[in-house]
Design a protein around this ligand. Sequence first.
Ligand SMILES: NC(=O)c1ccc[n+]([C@@H]2O[C@H](COP(=O)([O-])OP(=O)(O)OC[C@H]3O[C@@H](n4cnc5c(N)ncnc54)[C@H](O)[C@@H]3O)[C@@H](O)[C@H]2O)c1
Ligand SMILES: N[C@@H](CCO)C(=O)O
Ligand code: NA
Length: 816
Amino acid sequence: MKVLKFGGTSVGSAENIKTLLSIVAKEKLQSNPVVVLSAMSGVTNLLTDMAESAERGEDYDTSLKEIEAKHFAVIRSLLPAAAQNPVFTRLKIFFNELEDLLQAVTNLRELSLQTKDQILSYGERCSSFMIAHIASQQFEEALYVNGSELIKTDSNFGQARVDTELTEILINDFYQANKGKVLFVTGFIASNAAGRVTTLGRGGSDYTAAVWGSALNAEEIEIWTDVNGMMTADPRIVKKAFSLPELSYTEAMELSYFGAKVIYPPTMIPAFMKKIPIVIKNTFEPDFAGTYIKSDVKASRLPIKGISSIDHISIINLTGSGMVGKAGFSGRLFSLLSREQINVVLITQSSSEHSITFAVKPTDAGQAIALIKKEFELELDANKLALPEVENNLAVLAIVGENMKRTPGMSGRLFNALGRNGINVRAIAQGSSEYNISVIISAADLSKAVNAVHDAFFTDLKRTLNIFCLGTGNIGKTLFKQLREQMPFLSANNDLQVKVAGISNTRKMIFSAEGLSLEDWESNLNTNGEQADLAGFVERMKALNLPNCVFVDNTAAETPIEFYQGIFESSISVVTCNKKGNSADFAQYKSFKDTARKFGVDFYYETNVGAGLPIIRTLRELMMSGDKVACIEAILSGTISYIFNNFKGDAGFYETVKEAQELGYTEPDPRDDLNGKDFMRKMLILARDAGYPLEAIDVKIDNILPEACLNATSVEDFYSELQKNAAYFEDLKTRAANDKKVLRYIGKLENGNVEISLQMVDDSHPFYMLSGSDNIISFTTDRYHARPLVVKGPGAGAEVTAAGVFADIINVGSLS
Ligand SMILES: NC(=O)c1ccc[n+]([C@@H]2O[C@H](COP(=O)([O-])OP(=O)(O)OC[C@H]3O[C@@H](n4cnc5c(N)ncnc54)[C@H](O)[C@@H]3O)[C@@H](O)[C@H]2O)c1
Ligand SMILES: N[C@@H](CCO)C(=O)O
Ligand code: NA
């Protein structure tokens, strides 16, 4: 037989009670279960409030009416009129008794724990009596059982301890005498030797179920609740949390201890002692298998079972020489705290024995300090102990699982995930059982930490990147389009989810921690966006404190650069196609790199040179593997490449530049391409990445433009100068054509010198054959000295650039 326990929500409404009874009916086909019931949801709280109001002499009538109404509504809806009366009558008797008790409390202005237990007992008695009667419509064998008479305890009211031996006899006798019946038993309540009602404390109804299950050697104890079993993490914090099919008793205890509210650990002990499996099931999804808690769990491939957390915790630090080598110091400390019922959540002690840190509930911290000051007065006076210190606004995160045992790398993975996300660890505790590693962190970081750690351990699941994108122009727009198209593939094949958590352009900005839809981002930004403000955008990104966060700069502006440093310092990675950052002062370039490294985040800028072509990456890998760059020769302006490849025959120069702009090859300001500045930035970045600490003025640039074009003060002006100077360009074209040559704008880095020059090359030159917006780069190095390493292909355009940004984003945080 089985014991089925239904919690408050499962008995909370007529609808839910119907569901409950259908579950019982199904179980009855196998064998008659024992059904343990809680009070209807909210009723125990109401009873507590009423008792306390009565003690203060305040009104409790409204709440009493509320409780009555709650039960009567169920009776009316689930029982035929003819069958309602006996239930109403009995419940009315209950409510009269309850009122008498409350009146007595009011008169005395005194609420003893004993009286409170008596008052609370009506919650379970009403729900169980009522449900047993409703059940009897369906099966005659239904029997209401006031379980308080069968579970015998001491007189520790409010949290009584069970006399197991006697209780087992009573339950067995009762069960034998009522064989063939379906018992509907009140949870939570018991009685002492004198027959006074006691209660079993927190999780009391689960405890009742475990006591019955253990007494009757049940094959299983089912705890029916409103969630799909125990989950890998709190689903309100981690959207990707999932139900665990199986847990050992120890794992369940460790997980529950820190936060997982599904079951209260001590209630499992009777089941644990007799190795009776406990199954957590969902009343509202009865076909879902739920979580099995048992002793012989199958080997699991999950590295850990779950992450539990407590969001409000304080720590108390004790330091001083008085502790060193003093056996009994911690004994005194912790027995003091336990005597005063202060629950210690976690303890760490340094091996020097010079300090002890322990965590308590914030509400206990003040009392703990006072107790310590009193107990250790002598030590404090003698300066053998420093005044105890409290730190508030902290949280505990714990990873739990038996597989951690003797598995190296588990704590490494935990701390790596925390470190990469800029989460400072205040204290650490690992039980020698190795089932649990707990860390204390700032409460503000808890959600980010639990998500990051969840991602790090459940790698079968999708890693999530949260990106904040600046710039919705040519590149930004195309990136969103690519992300939208690629999302399903990524999540299916790369275990990766990219969420756009923020978007801004110069006009508007918008945020969503859940991720913005990329179907309608533009209209959403325009209609719902707030006024753009770069500092505000960055602040909000930091404040949202999302895990695996990336700032993506798709602008050509200088202002975003000022924020990079602070972004790295907030442990946020940066991906940028904006070259302005890396091509300003060398000191700043160096600081970006150093800071990113220091904070364990990534700084990727592949599209700074050659758009999506793998140039930065190639150079980095050459350098990292110990190669030395002797010479770099390159065509790195996609715009000028396009112009020279198309400025032929009848084509005019001005028209060709216009085309390049329309095709999305140029910078937002095309003068930056034509005056060589954009090319200069790329050569400078390459030189720096190759190890040369150069500044912009160190790059020699050959002009391809006549003076008047260079001096144009606006883009419009610039274009009209191009038209006026058509002859100048025609002359270049004819001279090259006459010599069977082509025009090439070529950059060269050699011996730490960088120059960019306009050249006319014939078909013997490796850069002769190019088309479209092609870039070409050749690296001559120690290892590639006879023939250079060459990368060639389209080096400008929205699609290839956005693709490069995309690739940088998905590389963030990957260990490759
Ligand atoms: N076009 C290419 O082939 C190519 C290749 C490699 C790199 N890039 C780089 O890509 C970047 C973007 O180019 P684009 O063609 O998309 O430019 P664009 O002018 O089309 O778009 C720029 C966007 O940035 C936004 N912006 C500018 N300053 C801002 C600020 N302070 N705050 C918020 N938003 C701001 C603008 O509102 C606009 O949405 C440039 O840095 C460019 O060098 C372009
Ligand atoms: N405007 C740039 C885009 C690539 O960075 C070019 O023409 O090369
Ligand atoms: Na590139």
